[in-house]
Design a protein around this ligand. Sequence first.
Ligand code: PLP
Length: 390
Amino acid sequence: MSRTQPHYFGAGPALLPAEVLQQAASDLLNYKDSGLGLGEISHRSALAVNVVDSAKATIKQLLTVPDTYEIFFLQGGGTGEFSAVVYNLLASFALKTFKKGRADYLVTGSWSQKAAEEATRLGVDVNLAVDARKWSADGKSYGTIPDPTTWTLGSAADTAYVYYCDNETVHGVEFPYIPEVPEGVELVADMSSNILSREFDITKFGLVFAGAQKNIGMAGVTVCIIKKQLLGRLREDYLVDLGIPLAPLVLDFPTIVKNNSLYNTLPIFNVHIVYLTTQRLVDNGGLKVQKAISEAKAKKLYDALDAAPKGVYNCIVERASRSRMNVVFTIPGEGREKAFLDGAKERGMTGLQGHRSVGGIRVSNYNAVSERSIDMLVDWINTFAASAKT
Ligand code: PLP
């Protein structure tokens, strides 16, 4: 079973490494000679439990997750986590303070905006500690991470958590650092589109989550890493008295963790893809190596865009916050973006259209995108720019 390796730059679902797909295809048919495929075995079987444990172990190894943290899998995607964060982090805070906490959101793009909107919808007192739109020329665009001295963070006495999105997939804005938060306030990160592209210190976080379908697997499962201390709970009638919404059981972190992510039917095949993807990264030398690869590929793209004659390409995001994973730009001039996309397609490169909400061009540079694909694209960026000049 094989295919010609595609030069595909889609933002998600995204490309998976060919070796991972080949192994997965075989395991979908007949897993470990059991006579059944991974989409067919019981999620309660020893084989399935082993898949879950193996995926947890490789994630633990790659990210150096200490024993004070739990790794688990949920369904509901990144969007499910926007709600799960609210239920679970407010409940953790209530155990500590016997209060309903507030929440700070750092809004730097459409995904953190959506998360803040969901928290508001669920009745959280949300403080937009950062609203990056206010710092743009037109007052409504994303493309910057405002300086931390301007952030309006609450204190541990009343703030349950600070939430941010480490890499804004639509707008191409990525944090080059881990935000500093007041002592005692839990930091929550959505790393859906840049997890496993670099190392980070998990002990700075209360919770990190990532939908799998970009850098870690395929749609259907979300990876969560939580500080174990946050799994304690007050009695549910106390939570209700405090006005804290009760989590549906499928999003209730203590329930999921207590059952090793198998409280209800987990898509084991998808978890296996996570295992295969993470094991491949371990075999390739871990996240230090992957970070260097990601940075080198992103640099080639930005260097080519920056070297083009002025006005050919317009990189909207400020330099310090440019995403290594989603390189976004526009091409001014009637029909120019279409010409760029058409030319790319003729050369075998697809998935370059910007998100429907913003348009333009978006190059997703996830782990599975090869250096060869990037080189081909850089070549086209240069050729297109040269033709634009003449
Ligand atoms: N967070 C980020 C950073 C994303 O890029 C996405 C989807 O692309 C989501 C959340 C939402 O994920 P889902 O579609 O799995 O709900």
